[in-house]
Ligand binder design. Structure first.
Ligand SMILES: Cc1cc2nc3c(=O)[nH]c(=O)nc-3n(C[C@H](O)[C@H](O)[C@H](O)COP(=O)(O)OP(=O)(O)OC[C@H]3O[C@@H](n4cnc5c(N)ncnc54)[C@H](O)[C@@H]3O)c2cc1C
Length: 471
């Protein structure tokens, strides 16, 4: 594969901003349908970093198989987000899930099963990574290869990625988006523009405005390229922004901020969801039962949670700690993460710098709820449907200091079922489309429920290209 020079303009039917999965799917599909795509990518190197390239390549929709019954899937996406995802968007994602995967297979991408034997790890781009080793690994793995295959498919159709081209502004004529301006001042024109530049997880100013007062506390779980450029441009053009507060992320060891062996895995999620999650005052502050992503969202906003602690006992450490991919036990300690351990809760509190009385009280209340099965006695309330709370009673006791790992933002520009960007009054902004992490309204919401970034990028990349070809 050649390293493509930045394009000098020329005729293009569609300009696509960003060459992650959303942008590449859109470009290849546009070329298949007879359009001339121009794909502009800010990354200058051959293997430019993107969320897609760093991803685990697990294709799922709402932690369900993309091959599940579409009507069931659509219902689930609405239910799981408490109605945040509009039924027409849920339906279009569910209806297009299976055929989008088939399209990828048609581009030469091979799928297999994941490491865990559950229903939603049935579509993993191969070769899959093993979580047994520490730190981030992506080279030669499924997502990296998938981007190569899509780039090859694009080149077979006579188009290529323009690397090192950062789009800085949108151009409009007669109210219609008709092109872009690059950061080095070039103007490019086309019938339509697809924004596929990812989220705003690496833009502290936007994070502070929409997500948390403390963005600097978070560890990026991705490549750090999510500046929100497209979101800013679309907002200036009048786009409605939706669900801006929610992000996809997990709880990590506090040491992940300076130790690269401790991100993107292991998570503290499962330990905290079995035991208790406490702040610096040894007080609970969120419903651990909702699981990792909502927990990470709550931690990010809590002023007293730097660090927070996952508190658990020997039974949880030996059982829950060993579950799932990249188990916290033994990876946390093996790779240098702090884990306080003591025979009594008072000693644990002393080791972790917490109030012994407060920690004892928090754990006693938790244990009383577990023993009685009545979680309504807890403040804040704890639910127990998704993650089973266990008593914290068997010494030694543990406290793992944590930080939030932000993978990507879930909010973004509102789109319709064809990927067209909508203005605040609900009208379509002519010529402007969005796909992938830049788009909002597809998951998140009050539950911060994550529905699968790769699936959304793929589906709306294809739909946007098809809508432009059909216009
Ligand atoms: C560690 C990790 C693991 C993950 N695992 C999974 C998983 O297993 N399953 C899953 O569903 N999701 C997973 N995700 C999330 C998933 O990777 C993303 O949701 C998805 O890849 C988003 O695709 P995208 O095309 O929207 O964005 P990206 O892949 O981030 O692509 C955006 C591209 O736009 C470019 N760009 C940005 N600004 C500009 C600009 N101004 N001009 C030109 N180009 C620009 C960027 O350089 C980048 O290449 C994971 C993410 C991470 C970080």
């Amino acid at each position: 594969m050649s390293h493509s020079p930045a394009p000098e303009g020329g005729r293009a039917d569609v300009l696509i901003v960003g060459a992650g999965l959303a942008g590449l799917s859109a470009a290849v599909r546009a070329a298949e349908l007879g359009l001339v795509p121009l794909l502009l990518e800010a990354g200058a190197v051959q293997r430019y970093p993107s969320n897609t390239r760093y991803s685990g390549a697990v294709f799922h929709l709402g932690f369900r198989s993309m091959r599940d019954d579409p009507a069931e899937l659509a219902r689930w996406l609405v239910t799981a987000t408490d109605g945040f995802v509009r039924p027409e968007l849920a339906a279009v994602m569910a209806d297009n899930a299976g055929r989008s995967i088939n399209w990828l297979i048609g581009q030469g991408i091979e799928f297999g099963r994941g490491e865990t034997n559950d229903g939603w790890h049935d579509l993993v781009a191969m070769p899959r990574g093993s979580h047994g080793r520490p730190g981030l690994r992506w080279e030669g793995l499924g997502a990296d290869r998938m981007l190569d295959s899509l780039e090859e498919a694009l080149e077979r159709r006579g188009a290529r990625i323009g690397r090192g081209v950062r789009v800085a502004a949108l151009s409009f004529a007669d109210g219609r988006c008709c092109g872009v301006r690059t950061s080095d001042g070039r103007e490019m024109r086309a019938r339509a523009v697809i924004l596929a530049n990812g989220g705003f997880e690496s833009n502290d100013e936007l994070l502070r405005r929409y997500v948390t007062a403390f963005p600097e506390r978070m560890r990026q779980r991705g490549p750090g390229i999510g500046r929100g450029d497209g979101l800013i441009m679309a907002a200036e053009a009048g786009a409605e922004l939706i669900g801006m507060e929610a992000f996809y992320g997990h709880t990590l060891s506090a040491d992940a901020r300076h130790n690269d062996k401790l991100w993107p895995f292991p998570f503290l999620d499962f330990l905290a969801a079995s035991g208790v999650l406490v702040d610096r005052n040894a007080a609970r502050f969120t419903d651990e039962g909702k699981g990792g992503v909502p927990m990470a969202n709550a931690v990010a906003r809590h002023p007293e949670a730097d660090p927070f602690f996952a508190v658990f006992d020997a039974a949880i450490w030996d059982e829950t700690g060993r579950l799932l991919f990249s188990p916290t036990n033994p990876n946390l300690v093996k790779h240098g993460g702090t884990l306080h351990r003591a025979d009594t809760l008072d000693e644990l509190a002393a080791a972790a710098g917490l109030s012994a009385q407060a920690l004892r009280q928090t754990v006693e209340q938790h244990n009383a709820a577990v023993a009685s099965g009545d979680f309504s006695i807890l403040t804040p309330l704890r639910t127990n449907a998704k993650n089973n709370a266990r008593s914290v009673a068997t010494p030694p006791f543990y406290a793992a200091p944590g930080c939030v790992g932000i993978t990507h933002t879930m909010g973004g520009v509102r789109i319709d079922a064809q990927g067209r960007v909508l203005a605040k009054d609900g009208s379509v902004i002519p010529g402007l489309f969005a796909a992938g992490n830049i788009a909002g309204g597809l998951d998140g919401g009050p539950q911060a429920y994550y529905a699968g970034g790769l699936a959304q990028a793929l589906i709306f990349g294809l739909l946007a290209a098809e809508a432009i070809a059909a216009a």
